[in-house]
Design a protein around this ligand. Structure first.
Ligand code: ZN
Ligand code: ZN
Length: 134
C-alpha cells in the first residue's frame, strides 16, 4: 500500500511505493534550519525509484553546503512547504521531508550536525549515529 503525502496547499503530492515510511534522520545544520524555519529537519532517505512526484515543485540549488556540493531543495512555490532534497553525492536517493506525510513521523535513528543543535532541543532516538551530512 503506497504512502502518500502533500504540501500544505496540496498542489504537490508524493507517493512512496513502500509499505511503511523509511527510517528518519534529524539534521540540525543551519541550512536545514533556515529552509524550514525549524530547529531541525527530519528526513527519510528513500530510493528515488520508489517516489512519484505529482505537481511541479520549485527547485532551490543550495550551494552553501558544508561539502560544497550542490543540494537541490525542492519546495512548493505556492505554499512554501519543503518537499525533498537531492544531491549528486547520493544520486539514487531522495531525502523526503518527513512531515510532508499524513503519518506520525518515525523516530529518528540518526542525527546530523548535532553540534548545531539548540541547547533547548531534547530528543529521543533509537540509536545515535553521526553520519556525514550531504
Ligand atoms: Zn503547496
Ligand atoms: Zn541539514
Amino acid at each position: 500500500m503506497p504512502i502518500t503525502g502533500t504540501c500544505l496547499c496540496e498542489q504537490i503530492r508524493l507517493t512512496v511505493d513502500l509499505d511503511q515510511l523509511p527510517e528518519t534522520s534529524a539534521c540540525f545544520c543551519s541550512n536545514c534550519k533556515k529552509a524550514g524555519s525549524t530547529p531541525m529537519s527530519v528526513v527519510m532517505r528513500t530510493p528515488r525509484e520508489k517516489v512519484t512526484i505529482d505537481g511541479k515543485p520549485n527547485v532551490y540549488p543550495d550551494i552553501t553546503t558544508t561539502s560544497g556540493v550542490i543540494m537541490d531543495r525542492l519546495f512548493c512555490g505556492n505554499c512554501g512547504s519543503p518537499v525533498l532534497s537531492r544531491t549528486p553525492l547520493d544520486p539514487n536517493h531522495y531525502y523526503l521531508k518527513a512531515a510532508f506525510f499524513d503519518h506520525p513521523i518515525p523516530q529518528p535513528t540518526k542525527i546530523d550536525f548535532e553540534h548545531r543543535k539548540e541547547p533547548w532541543v531534547h530528543y529521543d532516538i533509537g540509536t545515535s549515529a553521526s553520519v556525514a551530512h550531504l
